[in-house]
Every structure is written in structure tokens, then in C-alpha cells.
Ligand binder design. Structure first.
Ligand code: ZN
Length: 155
């Protein structure tokens, strides 16, 4: 599809993540927020990446200009080539999303599986924390439950 959204929702960017990036609406679910952050990395939407980072995320300890520089560098060096949501779970104002991202860093395949944690704030869902492993080390058919069992104590 021409102008397909990078988050692979099979919808045009203009109808998918663009209204989120422009602040015209907010993500209704943690999965939607995750997809929109993924496409924000692809489209270098630095403001959106900063805005949707939870106040309690570790990177918030950085001064904002360093945080922005960090996101800009990631956007420059990392090529995200595909997204697949594997599992998602919401309990009250906390949600977990498990996804596979096809990623290349300087031409090398660094595809990964991440378990992301999100917190629902007054402003909407925010990215709180993430635990990721190279995809080749993650068993096929993994779910949030089996991910936790498989990687208990690791990372
Ligand atoms: Zn999208």
C-alpha cells in the first residue's frame, strides 16, 4: 500500500499513527501507543517519543536535550523494517505488550522481541519500561506468560 503506516496496521499513515503524532487524538490502548511509538521511530517524530515516555522511565533521568539527542541517534542508526504484536494484556492502569520488531543496525540484523510495560496516566498511555532480547534467542510462539518464565532471572 502506498503511504502505508510503518506500524503495519495495513492502513495509510494519515489514517493510522499520524493523528497521534500530531496530537489530534490519543492512543486508546497500550498496543496502539506501542505501534505509534514504533512508527514514530521510523518517522523520526522525536517530540512524540519524548511525550509518550513515562515520567518514571529510567531515561527521564537525562536532561531533556540529552534525551532528545538519544532518540535522534536511535532514529538515525536503527532501521525498523517490520512489527508484529505477539501478545498484549491490560490490568487497570498497567498494560504489557509483547512484540517482535525487525531491526537493522548498520546493516546487521538485530531483530528483537520486547516485553513493554505501559502506564495509563491522565494524559493517556505512557511507555514505562521494556525488556528486550534478540529474536533468535526467543522461542517461537512465545506469549507474555511464557516470556516471563523463559527469561526469569535473565537480562
Ligand atoms: Zn500506524
Amino acid at each position: 500500500m502506498a503511504n502505508a503506516c510503518p506500524c503495519e496496521a495495513k492502513v495509510a499513515y494519515a489514517q493510522c499513527c499520524a493523528p497521534l503524532h500530531r496530537g489530534q487524538r490519543i492512543a486508546e490502548t497500550a498496543s496502539e501507543l506501542m505501534r505509534s511509538r514504533y512508527s514514530a521511530f521510523v518517522r523520526k517524530e522525536i517530540d512524540y517519543l519524548v511525550e509518550t515516555l513515562d515520567p518514571e522511565h529510567d531515561d527521564r533521568r537525562l536532561p531533556e536535550d540529552e534525551l532528545r539527542a538519544h532518540f535522534r541517534q536511535s532514529c538515525r542508526e536503527v532501521r525498523l523494517m517490520g512489527l508484529l504484536v505477539l501478545d498484549a494484556m491490560t490490568q487497570g492502569d498497567t498494560a504489557e505488550v509483547l512484540f517482535h520488531a525487525k531491526r537493522f543496525i548498520r546493516g546487521q540484523n538485530h531483530s528483537f522481541v520486547e516485553r513493554s510495560v505501559f502506564t495509563l496516566r491522565r494524559e493517556g498511555w505512557r511507555y514505562r519500561d521494556g525488556e528486550l532480547y534478540l529474536a533468535r534467542t526467543v522461542p517461537k510462539g512465545i506469549t507474555l506468560l511464557s516470556f516471563r518464565e523463559h527469561f526469569a532471572g535473565a537480562g
